[in-house]
Design a binder for this molecule. Sequence first.
Ligand code: ATP
Length: 229
Amino acid sequence: MSLLLELDQVTASYGSVQALFGVSLSLREGEVLALMGRNGMGKTTTISTILRMLPLKSGALRFAGRDIAGLASHQAARLGLGLVPEGRRVFAPLSVRENLIAAARPGAWDMARVVALFPRLGERLEQRAGTLSGGEQQMLVIGRALMTNPRLLILDEATEGLAPVVRQEIWAAIHALKASGLALIIVDKTLKELAPVADHAVILERGTTVWTGDCKALTPELTDRYLGV
Ligand code: ATP
């Protein structure tokens, strides 16, 4: 499979405050990458940089064979970069149906396919999004991102704070998305649920890639050193 995304020694700053000091990672079509690291180590900043919401200071950023370092975020989205951001933002006054329609772009994903992935949304198409449970809102946010027909979907803490049953539903959907051939980057704290779906992992420490490899190679020593509290 060909290379879909490549970051090579990427650095980035919030104004004068540097947050990324050398992030390198790569992902092929259809692969799932776990982006890991303790709080504040630069995972969300790396995602913001990939999605062109934060300027690159140096390094290289390529997506689908193109240098995208100079693109604006709407241009990156049009190329097929999709995001499920931290914090579950839905359009609260709009219905589930309207939330999905508002995100739609031509491609393989439509409302019927989202409803097949998340049947709970199908039962609630006319309900106002603001009145959904936290888990249902997260399903809607994932559904909205899919409606844009991404080539790469990035999930930032998609299961954070959700009840175990709902977490399982979201992980099942993630497995189904992988099986459909979609490339994914997943930021999540639970290695137990990440490891079975992720092909490989990248660990960040203080804005730098410090480890890259197969999830199965993440020994307790490594997780203690890089992910322990
Ligand atoms: P978490 O798991 O807590 O979300 P993270 O690994 O995603 O952590 P980032 O949010 O990327 O970490 O933060 C990386 C560094 O950048 C931190 O030192 C953080 O304080 C800083 N930072 C994040 N957002 C901003 C901002 N808007 N302005 C200035 N500094 C920021």
